[in-house]
Design a protein around this ligand. Structure first.
Ligand SMILES: Nc1nc2c(c(=O)[nH]1)N[C@H]1C(S)=C(S)[C@@H](COP(=O)(O)O)O[C@H]1N2
Ligand SMILES: [Mo]
Length: 189
């Protein structure tokens, strides 16, 4: 009973846009996802070109950001989607938080999200699209954590099998290796 309460409190703290700490083989990771750009809630300072070479390599610069560890993503409400990915492949059971629940913590103010993956793949997706559909930031597939080298640390999974508006959706917005999301308002020019 006391243990349950402690675990819930701990999960509550982790959910608050903050990296986890701890030790051991299954230790929580540091930040695997950084939300930056036009956001309301932040918990870290500026990107540092010399110390954060992957950000630097992709031109990701910010004055402040909101970061999530895998543990903090796992502490949010988990949703499951059974769907084929890549399209036409075997159906798998992907799970993780709704992207809109993750965004709610950071408070994006831009009209779009630019999602950047480890391999440099980038997609700019209207925020409206993300809010209107139950897209998840999957951190597990068939119960296994998504790892780096595979689809991890996180994969955008859309319910294209059950949401009629998404029927026939291609894989373009199913970004694997997601590690950074920018809130932006692109020029209309
Ligand atoms: N990070 C990342 N995600 C990605 C892609 C990619 O190149 N990089 N390609 C997209 C496309 S177009 C398809 S068809 C599927 C599978 O692409 P892949 O074979 O390059 O993994 O992933 C989608 N997500
Ligand atoms: Mo593709």
């Amino acid at each position: 009973m006391i243990r349950t309460v402690v675990i819930l409190l701990w999960a509550g703290v982790l959910a608050a846009c903050s990296p986890a700490t701890g030790g051991g083989r299954d230790a929580p990771t540091g930040a695997v996802l950084t939300l930056y750009g036009d956001i309301e809630t932040v918990d870290r300072g500026p990107s540092q070109a010399a110390l954060e070479p992957l950000f630097f390599a992709y031109g990701i610069e910010f004055g402040s950001a909101c970061v999530f560890s895998t543990a903090s993503l796992a502490s949010l409400d988990q949703h499951e989607i059974r769907v084929d990915f890549p399209m036409g492949g075997d159906e798998r059971r992907f799970s993780g938080p709704l992207l809109r629940d993750v965004l709610a913590i950071a408070g994006p103010q831009g009209t779009h999200l630019t999602v950047t993956a480890l391999d440099g793949y980038q997609r700019t997706i209207p925020l409206e699209q993300v809010m209107a559909h139950d897209v998840i930031l999957a951190i597990r597939a068939d119960g296994e954590w998504l790892g780096i080298g595979g689809y991890g640390p996180a994969l955008l999974v859309w319910p294209r099998g059950t949401d009629p508006d998404l029927a026939g959706q291609t894989d373009d917005d199913w970004v694997w290796g997601v590690f950074a999301i920018e809130s932006v308002t692109p020029d209309e020019t």
